[in-house]
Design a protein around this ligand. Sequence first.
Ligand SMILES: Cc1ncc(COP(=O)(O)O)c(C=O)c1O
Length: 383
Amino acid sequence: LAKTAGINGNIRSQFPIFERKIYLNSCSQGALSAAVEAGLLDYVASWHQGGSPWDRWVQKYEEARAVFARFIGAEPDEVAIVPSASAGINGVASALDFDRRNNVVLGEFEFPTMGHVWLAQQRRGAEVRFVAAENGALPVEAYERLVDTRTLILPLTHVSFLNGFRSDVSGITRLAHQRGALVLLDGYQDCGTRPIDVKELDVDIYVSGTLKYLLGPAGVAFLYVRRELLPSLVPSVTGWFGQENPYAFDVKHFDPARAARRFETGTPPVMNLYGAIPGVELLSGLGLDSISAHIATLARLLVEGARRLGIRIRTPGDTVGPLVVLETLNLDMLLARLEEHAIVASGRHGGLRISFHLYNTRGDVEQLLAVLEDNLDLLAREG
Ligand SMILES: Cc1ncc(COP(=O)(O)O)c(C=O)c1O
């Protein structure tokens, strides 16, 4: 595999899909590993054996919280386990009021959920401002024009699902903090591809989920909220697992947990957590530095190859991945042609999305480029 990146060549054999396909769609769903499959089966076995082993399941849920926290450089009590990124973002939105500060500034490369959640807050007084892209990019200066002393929060995608654009997180966070606004980083398209340290990034809130580059199943996401912010953020989206003591079974009192668990609602997604933990552990075991170097090498190879073929690239040329998006003329047809060659990719708004992870190889890029070369009539060209 990529010896230079230091990734163990056996890793691909742990993902059976590569026996049949060239899988380049981790931006939608990570490939299933033997370890994650075993985790899911472990859940089934525990149910068979114990009937209702809730003590064990709750232990697993706390283990997952610790695993997620360690992965992003946070403490477990700063992490809530939620069923989706949308659920986490809604919890945060429900904890804010829009009196003194009322505007929300977000870029047009955000995942749709981000728009939907904040637009839904218009009824509660939010003013939503969208930052327009300039030449396929969203630089800090574009945000600067819309962020003011009435800005409450900047939701920010780390990497765009649409074109692979990587946000300048530190620049935008600095700007937000200078003007007294919060930053909510959506790490979904980055988390699992490189080291992440929420403290170093200095973001206030971070959300990601397990089904893409964290190699896990759907149904689990997590929300980090900086410790100092917790007392001031009381969600109105809530439930018994968000209480200080869920097992008090006290219907008459609302007593939100002191910890970030206050953003949780109902019974945790136990089965999904059994699958999520081994995915994160697999990545940590290999080392995120080598994974990111490996991904960057493959992204560079694809960009160079696409340039050689004259294909128009939506992703900035200096990308380190994981997502590279090519401009097509007929996306559906191109996806079908790729499928004929057992290549799995995806598309959004006419862009062919190719995403790389630890299990991809130079050979994958070469085979993809060969199919693209045979189908140049379906791709937008430079000039
Ligand atoms: C950037 C980003 N945020 C969020 C999501 C999904 O969030 P949810 O867990 O709410 O489905 C995706 C999924 O495609 C995404 O790419």
